[in-house]
Write a protein that binds this ligand. Structure first.
Ligand code: MTE
Length: 362
């Protein structure tokens, strides 16, 4: 019942662990990304969990520790549902690799992101019963998968600040797009942290711990951090740079493809735009001459607090080569940097430079 076969045209970067992104046409076709095309980002093998014996432990700086089965969780707390975009911090890394190589990291294009409806309980409701202690400035999550990529090998973990954990939108989810969560996406239960990099949405979650400090897990303390360009990630001590949390305004062009040939005349440009934290997309500009002159795209999707907005605009392209570029603006009037050179960083995260697509109109 829970198995959903993925489409054959997923862009597979790695089989073990499985890392694959969505084909761009699928992302452009609907606001909600179909399950069979939703990207998969794994740091270790998918753990084999039995939902009937699986338990969630809530502990650390709380008044009362909890141990919950899936049935108990569903019985005890009201269900919540929301639509949220999940976006990997490594999304669009290929654009940074083109500037300077980033060895050992997945060369994601713009498909390490997708939008789904998630159903579960609010983390806030569970934490309210456990009772957060006054020292608990962070809430940490631990998954059941053991990653050999970590130093030393350890289960995948993350943490978020208390204010985010208590904000209401963070879910402990067992359903995605109205279907039971599949093993690949974190069954029986995963965290969904809307507006934050995907790495904080821990799959196969087994432990929630209230803490005075951020998680010491490798994926919080060493990976998923924005390092200054001169740092060597293998030598940088844990805690270097800035832990990534809220996602900056970003956009990508889904169609036409870079390097493609189109018929001269009207050409529809389609893409997505997303802003994390509590920001949302208010405008997308598109240019067919590398950014000298801009036009506003039509926003296809209505504004929604935690989801992307797809956009489209039609340009009449005369014969010749054209560079299509886009830049999104968010509700804090922030926009995207012009060039990937300006945001290059040693682990290749958070590339939100203008997407650029070269097309030949014939
Ligand atoms: N949770 C666990 N336990 N293990 C992981 O490897 N990957 C994280 C996050 N949660 C990961 C995890 C990253 S980096 C991302 S982008 C999202 O899961 C991807 O979720 P998805 O595979 O369901 O698309």
């Amino acid at each position: 019942v829970t198995a959903v076969a993925k489409r054959q045209d997923m862009v597979v970067h790695q089989r073990d662990p499985l890392n694959a992104e969505s084909p761009p046409e699928v992302l452009g076709a609907a606001m909600q990304t179909p399950l069979d095309a939703f990207y998969m980002r794994n740091h270790g093998p998918v753990p084999k969990l039995d939902a009937s014996t699986w338990r969630l432990r809530v502990g650390g700086d709380v008044d009362c520790e909890l141990e919950l089965s899936l049935d108990k969780l569903q019985e005890r707390f009201p269900p919540r549902e929301l639509t949220a975009t999940l976006q990997c911090a490594g999304n669009r890394r290929a654009g940074l690799i083109a500037v300077r190589d980033i060895p050992g990291e997945v060369p994601w294009r713009g498909g390490a992101t997708g939008t789904a409806s998630w159903r579960g309980v609010a983390l806030r409701d569970v934490l309210a019963v456990a009772g957060l202690g006054s020292e608990a400035k962070y809430v940490a999550f631990l998954g059941a998968d053991v990653s050999e990529e970590a130093d030393p090998p350890q289960p995948f973990g993350a943490s978020i600040p208390r204010h985010k954990a208590m904000a209401g939108e963070v879910l402990l989810a067992w359903q995605m797009n109205g279907r039971p969560l599949t093993p690949l996406h974190g069954a029986p239960l995963r965290v969904v942290v809307p507006g934050y990099i995907g790495a904080r949405s821990v799959k196969w979650v087994t432990e929630i711990t209230a803490r005075a400090e951020p998680s010491e897990n490798y994926f919080q303390a060493s990976a998923y951090r924005l390092l200054t360009p001169e740092l060597d990630p293998d030598l940088a001590p844990p805690g270097s740079g800035v832990a990534l949390g809220a996602i900056a305004v970003n956009a990508d062009i889904l169609s036409p493809a870079d390097g493609s040939t189109v018929a001269a005349g009207p050409v529809e440009i389609i893409g997505y735009a997303f802003a994390g934290g509590d920001r949302h997309i208010v405008r997308v500009d598109v240019s067919d001459d590398g950014g000298a002159r801009w036009r506003q795209a039509e926003l296809i999707d209505p504004p929604a607090p935690w989801a992307w907005r797809r956009w489209r605009v039609t340009f009449t392209l005369p014969r010749g080569r054209h560079q299509i570029v886009a830049r999104a603006w968010d509700s804090a009037a922030a926009t995207q940097p012009e060039r990937a050179e300006h945001v290059w960083n040693p682990k290749g995260y958070a590339n939100n430079a203008w997407p650029r697509v070269n097309v030949d109109a014939v």
